[in-house]
Design a protein around this ligand. Structure first.
Ligand code: BEZ
Ligand code: FE
Length: 314
């Protein structure tokens, strides 16, 4: 294979040198790969040009490095087709496959990580979020049907980086039943069971009653499961509760809290655990539940995020 320099490529392409540099960090491109990238038309947006040029270059390198055969490529195409066929509003196999390959957690970090530890860390949303969960008063239970499990009071404050409470913040939470299923996966559970929307009070305080979450396997009867099996991996996620917290003027936070005593807390099949998100379920003094967790959420303002990002670019 004859490498071709970026100079040759730029003669063929209307792309500026700086766009090419950011699209393709490697110094040489195979002529065939260059010809595919240079088929891009002039009306393409700079971002699409950058992302696709880079993707084509990496994809071609991957195929060459691994000497991928037609039969192997067909297996890949078949997997992509099965991902599409299995997906609907109750199941998102595309996200699942990204998750087991560590893609969603990486994209989450690239999108939300700031060089600062003064705000709550994000974690992936996963495929089971549902909008419009029932709104409950602070302190209410999200358990609509008793399916066993240990109850837990989860409470804390939503604050700004300045430590001041954020009043009226919207706190959406969701988790699985003890059988490891979200309500939309399980005909035995009522609609929106174990999901709820709460608003913080004047002191930024929120509270709800849910269950101490249990570990569960991600659905492994499709391509994501096939990949886990091929890679000799288990499908379990450590017990966790999902949060989506939003407040005017602040960056929306999507995160999860993880039970420190869960056997999978250091071995999550979708690589979402961050140390700051691991919490301890303590024995509770409340008559509402035998366990409690105190979890404060800190949201940066949009201006604080912009300031961090501009420092990063310098
Ligand atoms: C979840 O936490 O809901 C989840 C995340 C990734 C894959 C499957 C499930
Ligand atoms: Fe989950």
């Amino acid at each position: 294979m004859r490498p071709c320099s970026l100079t040759v490529l730029s003669q063929l392409s209307p792309v500026s040198d700086s766009a090419l540099d950011s699209a393709m960090p490697s110094q040489t491109l195979d002529p065939y790969t260059a010809s595919v990238i240079n088929a891009t038309g002039p009306a393409t947006t700079p971002r699409v040009r950058q992302v696709f040029s880079s993707m084509i270059a990496h994809l071609h390198d991957f195929l060459r490095e691994n000497k991928v055969t037609v039969d192997e490529w067909m297996l890949g195409v078949d997997m992509i087709n099965r991902i599409g066929k299995m997906s609907d509003e109750r199941r998102n196999e595309g996200i699942l496959v990204c998750d087991v390959l560590g893609v969603e957690s990486l994209v989450d970090a690239l999108t939300y990580d700031l060089e600062s530890n003064d705000h709550t860390k994000s974690a992936i949303i996963g495929p089971f979020y549902r909008e419009n969960s029932p709104q409950y008063p602070n302190g209410a239970s999200i358990i609509q049907k008793d399916l066993g499990g240990d109850r837990a009071v989860v409470h804390g404050h939503v604050k700004g980086v300045d430590g001041l409470p954020i009043k009226g913040a919207r706190v959406e939470v969701w988790h699985t039943a003890p059988n490891g299923l979200y309500e939309q996966q399980d005909p035995e559970q009522p609609e929106y069971n174990l999901r709820g929307t709460f608003f913080t009070d004047d002191n930024g305080y929120y509270e709800f009653v849910g269950l101490r979450p249990t570990s569960y396997p991600i659905p492994f009867d499709g391509p994501a499961g096939d990949i886990l099996q091929l890679l000799d991996r288990h499908p379990y996620r450590p017990g966790h509760i999902h949060f989506l917290v939003s407040a005017p003027g602040h960056r929306r936070l999507i995160t999860q809290i993880f039970d420190s005593e869960d056997p999978y807390v250091e071995n999550d099949s979708v690589f979402a655990v961050k140390g700051e998100l691991v919490v301890t379920f303590q024995p509770s003094t409340s008559e509402k539940a035998p366990f409690e967790v105190v979890y404060d959420v800190v949201l940066p303002t949009s201006e604080e995020v912009a300031a961090y990002e501009s420092t990063k670019k310098k």
